[in-house]
Design a protein around this ligand. Structure first.
Ligand code: AMP
Ligand code: ZN
Length: 469
C-alpha cells in the first residue's frame, strides 16, 4: 500500500511500526460553532483511510481530539453569557451528531484538551528542563532554534521565516527571545478559564495539546498523523518540534494532509464567511450524498470545489448504486438455489477482478475517486448480469461484494424506509423502558436503528424529542 507522505513529498510503501497495527492521530476541530463542510472533509477522508486499513486486516487505533479551550470558544461564551465549557460541550455534541450522519466512525478515543492539562504541564516542564523552552512573565515559549529539525515538514527555512516575522510583533509577546518562538503556556486574562501551573494560572497553547494527547493515547511514535493542509505550518511543524524535542524519537512516520474544500475556488472558512455548515447541506441533500461527493469528487490531496452541479451529480451517482444494490437485494429471497452456469462463473471472476481493481486504486494513496469508478463498473455489470433466473449463490455474492466495497468507503447503499410516526413513538418508548431497566446496549441499539432511518433523538429535560434528519 502506498501513501503520500508530506514529510518526504513522496509516495511511500506503508510499513507499520508494529505488525498488523496502525496508530493514527487526526487533528480535530475547535468546538465553538457547528462544523462546516470544509471541516468535514478530513473527517470523511481519514475515516475512509481507517476503514480501508481495517478491511486490510489492521487493528487501527484512531485518536482525534477536540480543542475545547481557545480564544474563539471564550469569545463565544462571553457573547452568550455562559461558561466556555457550556459552549464546547454543546458543539462537541453537535460534531458527534454530524459525524454519525456522515457515517464517520467514532474515534477509538476522542480526548479533550481540558482533560489532559496535567500531562501538558509535564511535557512543558520536560521541555524547560531540557533547554527547549523558557518562561517569561508567566508565559512559556518553545525555543524554536533549539530544535535542529525545525522546518522539515513544511520545507521552510528558519532564517527565511525569521526574516518574514521580524516586523510582525504579536502584542504581549515582546519578551520572546526570538520571533520564531511559540507559546506553550499562557497566563489567563480576566474572566478566562484557567488551570494552576508552576509558571502562572493560565492555559495551554494549541500545538502542545496534540503532542500530549498523541503521546498519551498512542505512544511516543505513531504511524500516521493527519489533518487539513493548512495545519502543515505552523501547527504540525510545531508538534514535531515539541514531540521530538521531548521524546528524542521520530514523532510520526507518515504525514497525510487533505486539500481544501473550496467555494468558487476559494478555501471555505469560518473567518471568510464563505461556508455552509454540515447541517445546512444536510437539509438540502441526504448526508450520504455529501460523503459520496467528498470521495468521488477529487483525490483527497487535491482541491475540491463545492457546487450544486457536483452535488447533483453525486446524488444521481449514489442513486444509481443504491438502485442496483436494492435490485440485487430484492432478488435474494426469490433466487433459486441451483448450479452456477458457465456464464455466471465468468461473471463471478469478473466481480473478483473488479474487487482487485478497487483495492489497487485504494492502495495507490487512497484514490477514492477511482475506487468509486470501480463500483460503477460493478453496478453496470450487476445490472446486466443479475436477473430473475440467476442462481442464489451468484445473487448473494454480488450483493456481498457490492455492499463490501460501499462499506469500505462508508457509503450506506441502502434506501431508507420511512418509519411511521407511531412506529417511532413505539421504539422511543421501548428505548426508555430499556434505559430504565439499565439495558443500555438495547437502548443504544434502538437509537442506532432510528438513526439509520434518519430519525434523530434528542434527550431533553422534558423527555425525548425526535426529528427527521
Ligand atoms: P479547525 O477547526 O479550523 O482547526 O479545522 C479542523 C480541521 O478541518 C483541520 O484539519 C483543518 O485543516 C480542516 N479544514 C478547515 N477548513 C477546511 C477546508 N476548507 N477544506 C478542507 N479542510 C479544512
Ligand atoms: Zn493538532
Amino acid at each position: 500500500m502506498k501513501v503520500y507522505n508530506t514529510l518526504t513529498r513522496k509516495k511511500e510503501e506503508f510499513v507499520p511500526l508494529e505488525e498488523g497495527k496502525v496508530k493514527m492521530y487526526v487533528c480535530g476541530p475547535t468546538v465553538y460553532n457547528y462544523i462546516h463542510i470544509g471541516n468535514a472533509r478530513p473527517m470523511i477522508i481519514f475515516d475512509t483511510v481507517r476503514r480501508y486499513f481495517e478491511y486490510k486486516g489492521y487493528d487501527v487505533n484512531y485518536v482525534s481530539n477536540f480543542t475545547d479551550v481557545d480564544d474563539k470558544i471564550i469569545k463565544k461564551a462571553v457573547e452568550e453569557g455562559v461558561s466556555a465549557s457550556e459552549i464546547s460541550e454543546r458543539y462537541i455534541r453537535a460534531v458527534k451528531e454530524d459525524m454519525e450522519h456522515l457515517n464517520v466512525k467514532p474515534a477509538t478515543v476522542h480526548p479533550k484538551a481540558t482533560e489532559e492539562i496535567a500531562d501538558m504541564l509535564e511535557m512543558i516542564q520536560t521541555l524547560i528542563d531540557k533547554g527547549h523552552a523558557y518562561e517569561k512573565n508567566g508565559t512559556v515559549y518553545f525555543r524554536t532554534r533549539s530544535f535542529p529539525g525545525y522546518g522539515k515538514l513544511s520545507k521552510k527555512n528558519i532564517d527565511e521565516l525569521e526574516a518574514g516575522h521580524r516586523d510582525i510583533k504579536v502584542a504581549g509577546e515582546e519578551e520572546k527571545e526570538d520571533a520564531m518562538d511559540f507559546v506553550l503556556w499562557k497566563p489567563k486574562k480576566e474572566g478566562e478559564p484557567f488551570w494552576p501551573s508552576p509558571w502562572s494560572d493560565g492555559r495551554p497553547g494549541w500545538h502542545i495539546e496534540c503532542s500530549v494527547m498523541s503521546k498519551k493515547y498512542l505512544g511516543e511514535q505513531i504511524d500516521i498523523h493527519a489533518g487539513g493542509e493548512d495545519l502543515i505550518f505552523p501547527h504540525h511543524e510545531n508538534e514535531i518540534a515539541q514531540s521530538e524535542a521531548t521524546n528524542d524519537k521520530e514523532f510520526a512516520k507518515y504525514w497525510l494532509h487533505n486539500g481544501f474544500l473550496n467555494i468558487d475556488n476559494k478555501k471555505m472558512s469560518k473567518s471568510e464567511g464563505n461556508f455552509f455548515t454540515v447541517r445546512e447541506v444536510g437539509e438540502k441533500y441526504p448526508y450520504e450524498v455529501l460523503r459520496f461527493f467528498m470521495l468521488s469528487g477529487a483525490h483527497y490531496r487535491m482541491p475540491l470545489n463545492f457546487s450544486r452541479e457536483l452535488m447533483e451529480a453525486a446524488k444521481n451517482g449514489l442513486e444509481r448504486i443504491i438502485t442496483a444494490v436494492e435490485k440485487v437485494k430484492g432478488l435474494l429471497d426469490r433466487a433459486e438455489e441451483k448450479e452456477i452456469s458457465e456464464e455466471e462463473a465468468g461473471f463471478l471472476s469478473q466481480l473478483e477482478q473488479l474487487n482487485e481493481k478497487f483495492d489497487a486504486a485504494m492502495d495507490d494513496d487512497f484514490n477514492t475517486a477511482d475506487a468509486v469508478s470501480v463500483i460503477f463498473e460493478m453496478v453496470k455489470l450487476s445490472n446486466t448480469q443479475i436477473k430473475e433466473t440467476s442462481s442464489k449463490e451468484v445473487v448473494q455474492k454480488t450483493y456481498e461484494r457490492l455492499t463490501l466495497l460501499c462499506n469500505i468507503l462508508g457509503i450506506r447503499a441502502e434506501r431508507k424506509e420511512e418509519l411511521l410516526d407511531e412506529e417511532i413513538e413505539r421504539l422511543i418508548e421501548e428505548r426508555q423502558a430499556a434505559r430504565k431497566s439499565r439495558d443500555f446496549s438495547r437502548a443504544d441499539e434502538i437509537r442506532g436503528l432510528l438513526l439509520e432511518k434518519g430519525i434523530v433523538l434528542e434527550d431533553t429535560r422534558e423527555g425525548v424529542r425526535w426529528k427527521r434528519a
